[in-house]
Design a protein. Structure first.
Length: 172
């Protein structure tokens, strides 16, 4: 059974090279059809229709411009674009003002030194570090810090309550 399995594979490999097509030859190759290594004869190329159209367009446009009177449709059409100058001038002014303001803001922010003050939202923020690799007895005593922020929070609550009472009194 195994000999029967091995038989088709070598046969297919032997047939495959005969089925391959010959290599392609392209027109840009520097060899002629016989492969003798001689260059093919050069062919003259024309400039094409676009080149001659452009050559004819230049004097034609000059003649149209030169002999065009004041009341022609072409001049009226071109003069209708004059309003766009003001519109573009307004847009450019607005764009320039915005860019100058952005540059001034950037210089303002880059020129300032950052504040090192961090307001604590809750006292446990100071103990959020990892408890590992801290020698015994080296935890900071936060009692004074906790008292300071509790006092500050109570004062802010009192100010907020006073403002609320004043608003309620003003409504009545």
């Amino acid at each position: 059974m195994s000999a029967l399995r091995r038989l088709p594979a070598p046969t297919a490999r032997a047939i495959r090279p005969t089925l391959r097509s010959s290599p392609r030859r392209y027109a840009h190759d520097a060899h002629d059809a016989h492969g003798s290594g001689h260059l093919a004869a050069e062919e003259n190329e024309s400039f094409g229709k676009g080149f001659y159209f452009t050559l004819a367009l230049i004097p034609t446009s000059w003649v149209l411009y030169k002999f065009n009177d004041e009341d022609s449709a072409l001049r009226k059409y071109i003069s209708s674009w004059d309003g766009l100058k003001e519109q573009w001038a307004d847009r450019n002014k607005l764009h320039t003002d915005l860019i100058e303001q952005a540059a001034a803001d950037r210089h303002l922010f880059l020129g300032q030194k950052g504040s090192r003050h961090v307001e604590l939202k809750y006292p446990e923020m100071l103990n959020q570090g990892s408890p590992y690799n801290v020698p015994a007895g080296h935890y900071a005593n936060l009692d004074k810090v906790i008292e300071h922020y509790k006092k500050q929070n109570a004062e802010e609550d009192e100010r907020a309550m006073e403002a609320y009472r004043q608003r309620e009194a003003a409504k009545k």
